[in-house]
Design a protein around this ligand. Structure first.
Ligand code: A3P
Length: 306
């Protein structure tokens, strides 16, 4: 049942070692953060109205950034302010635009791919709010694979079989999907947190938006909710320059090789994963996550997103 990697493993290891570093049980993008930055996050001062979006990579982060931006910023909703989502909801561990978090007006929005134990300490005293969005690991893996093809920091292009092995061993940016989701889920009582899945957002975006509004305490009328939903659809976001991450320079995302908003569907794993690979993930899921009451949808019968 084990899938054999076909690539030169030394070349892959070298590429991974250059692009990522391991720290405190997970992997980080080497060019955009440091051990000191990660350590300092623990002491970041939190305000009660801060909202953190936390995701494992490829789980709908930019989508959720768009939703939060639209909920909180009228200028974003009515098109009067063209501020990129990465600046509206900046990454705490990858602050690539050097935003001064301390001087930001409230309510502040942040994003993170961090495991629960590396988050600002104050959040663990239930200050601030966390929206945690997770996605079924098969679609995450596939999305991650295509994304790795346009990551210029990975100096070699990694084939599917090899990437599959790398992912299930947790040797990717963000570490093990299983550790990330399990860690957050089993520690959710320590935080003020709303757990959502990518799949439930896909199934009923309007209900998801309303749920998020309620959690973050923002009252939007039905018309405003309509706007949020409309602007957060895959089709709209794909064309929206503040939301589609096309603003990233080519040395961060090589747009000749792929895009951030690729397909946006549930069940794309069926187009690439072998039966043996799928069964391997099922088995791992059963062993590592089987006792948790998280319900992922594995397929919605979609061909393309709307
Ligand atoms: P695919 O590669 O499967 O298309 P992240 O932002 O965490 O890196 O996740 C990226 C994934 O979320 C990509 O998945 C992307 O297409 C998908 N995505 C982004 N915006 C979306 C939207 N509005 N609706 C559905 N999926 C979206």
């Amino acid at each position: 049942m084990f899938v054999k990697a076909t690539m030169d493993r030394d070349a892959v290891e070298e590429a991974l070692n250059t692009a990522f570093f391991k720290y405190k049980g997970t992997y980080f993008e080497a060019d955009y953060t440091s051990r000191k930055i990660i350590d300092d996050i623990e002491h970041m001062e939190i305000r009660d109205d801060d909202v953190f979006l936390v995701t494992y990579p490829k789980s709908g982060s930019v989508w959720s950034q768009q939703i939060l931006s639209l909920i909180f910023n009228e200028g974003h909703r009515n098109g009067t302010e063209q501020i990129d989502n990465i600046d509206r909801v900046p990454w705490v561990e990858y602050n690539i635009n050097n935003i001064d978090f301390k001087s930001r007006p409230s309510p502040r929005l942040f994003s993170a791919h961090l495991p629960y134990y590396l988050m600002p300490r104050d959040l663990k005293y239930r200050m601030g709010k966390i929206l945690y969005v997770c996605r079924n690991p098969k679609d995450v893996l596939v999305s991650f694979y295509y994304f790795s093809q346009c990551n210029p920091k990975l100096k070699c292009s990694i084939d599917w079989e090899t990437f599959f092995e790398i992912f299930i061993s947790g040797r990717v940016h963000g570490g093990s999907w299983f550790d990330h989701v399990r860690g957050w889920y089993t520690h959710k009582e320590d935080f003020n947190i709303l757990f959502m899945t990518y799949e439930e957002m896909k199934k009923d975006l309007r209900s998801a938006v309303k749920k998020i509004c309620k959690f973050v305490g923002v009252n939007l009328d039905e018309k405003m909710i309509d706007t949020v939903v409309e602007k957060a659809t895959f089709k709209k976001m794909k064309q929206d320059p503040v939301a589609n991450y096309s603003f990233l320079p080519d040395d961060v995302l090589d747009k000749s090789k792929g895009v951030f908003l690729r397909k946006g569907i549930v069940g794309d794993w069926k187009n690439i994963m072998t039966v043996a690979q799928s069964e391997m993930i099922d088995q791992m899921y059963k062993e590592k996550m089987g006792d948790l009451p998280i319900n992922f949808l594995w397929d919605l019968g979609e061909e393309s997103a709307s």
